[in-house]
Design a protein around this ligand. Structure first.
Ligand code: FES
Ligand code: FE2
Length: 371
């Protein structure tokens, strides 16, 4: 086993400073020591999107999710309070709950240790034969949980600052899109595995400099010209707001997505460290994503979609296909970037000023968290 000091040694150094427009070093996208430090200093202490809140609407309901690498179970207890715990059995580590459902207690499927919905250990078979065994010392570990409209958020830090502080102005900006979150209906859940480091995937999300070359379908609908496509950085999140092209509203009889509806601007928000909030123009719609690192070179993009109750299914399908096309194009891009970074030949890249300033902000946050 590697000595403990291995994880505490200095990270690979930056030859050129971020302030001068340089990127994080290529090695930071595949180095195991960097990934370990990210787990500890980023993912174990931040609010992250946890799934649809409707899964835990009723007393006794539960759902399972992750905060970064940490398995989490969220429950609505008998008094109606929302609670969350690390979903790892205090006996020997089996995951306690799986999926979603409704239960009076949570029973680990390995040796049947049984926990109440407040996390306390109610029953551990044969524990009466173990001298000095104190069930009170083996409650599930608490995790912070809260909601924003129909969205659950979890934070492994049980003493986390309130979610509302982290969200800041984001709910108001989303409300200005014209969407009424309470009227939306959950539509579908998708897991997209991506063969790239989570930072590569999110950096691609954070700029539309690549849109004219890499996303012709998207760029026909959204005006991605730098004078129209607005980027902004807030204390805990960053935003991209893109107007719809006039020409996209007059489809000339061609099939495909026509962004007609109550939402007139696209919105793409990134909430540090790995939650994104997406609103396409046209019918009432929103998707939330959690970008989960899976080792150094793989990410799972967990996506949940909501639509207005009266949006016709064929419009939903057209929008999803438009979105899916962009997702496929992005997946190819980030896999290629990861291959280039893995070669460790171009040691630091060069960001393009305003067009990539949301990446600069992201990389500064990563750097500050790790160094
Ligand atoms: S690991 Fe859960 S009961 Fe043994
Ligand atoms: Fe893209």
């Amino acid at each position: 086993m590697a000595p403990i000091e291995t994880l505490q040694t200095a990270l690979p150094p930056l030859e050129h400073p971020l302030e001068d427009g340089w990127t994080l070093p290529a090695s930071w996208y595949s180095d195991a020591a960097v990934a370990e430090r990210e787990r500890e200093r980023i993912f174990e202490r931040t609010w992250q999107y946890g799934g649809p809140a409707e899964l835990v609407a009723e007393p006794g309901s539960f759902t399972t999710t992750h905060a970064g690498h940490i398995p989490v179970v969220v429950v609505r207890d008998d008094e109606g309070a929302l609670r969350a715990f690390v979903n790892v059995c205090r006996h020997r580590g089996h995951l306690v709950a799986s999926g979603s459902g409704c239960r009076a207690t949570l029973q680990c499927p390995y040796h049947a240790w049984t926990y109440a919905l407040d996390g306390s250990l109610r029953r551990a078979p044969r524990s009466e034969r173990v001298p000095g065994f104190d069930p009170d010392a083996f409650s599930l570990l608490p995790v912070s949980v809260d909601t924003w409209g129909p969205f659950l958020f979890v934070n492994p830090d049980p003493e986390a600052t309130p979610l509302a502080e982290t969200l800041g102005e984001l709910p108001e900006i989303v409300a200005r899109s014209g969407l009424k979150l309470e009227t939306l209906r959950f539509h579908s859940h998708h897991d997209w595995p991506i063969e790239a480091n989570w930072k590569v995937a999110l950096e691609n999300y954070l700029e539309c400099y690549h849109c004219p070359t890499a996303h012709p379908g998207f760029s026909k609908v959204i005006d991605v010209d730098p004078d129209s496509y607005a980027l902004s950085v807030s204390p805990t999140f960053s935003s991209q707001i893109g107007p719809v092209r006039e020409s996209a509203l007059r489809p000339n009889g061609k099939s495909g997505f026509v962004p007609v509806g109550e939402v007139v601007h696209s919105q793409y928000h990134f909430l540090w460290p790995n939650t994104t909030v997406n609103i396409a123009p046209g019918p009432a719609n929103i998707s939330l994503e959690r970008w989960v690192p899976d080792g150094t070179g793989r990410t799972v993009e967990v996506t949940d979609y909501w639509f207005g109750a009266d949006v016709p299914p064929e419009i939903v399908e057209e929008l999803l296909e438009w979105d899916d096309q962009v997702g496929r194009e992005d997946t190819d891009l980030v896999m290629s970037v990861q291959a280039g970074l893995n070669s460790r030949t171009v040691l630091q890249g060069r960001l393009m000023g305003d067009s990539e300033r949301l990446i600069a902000d992201f990389q500064r946050r990563v750097y500050d968290a790790l160094v």
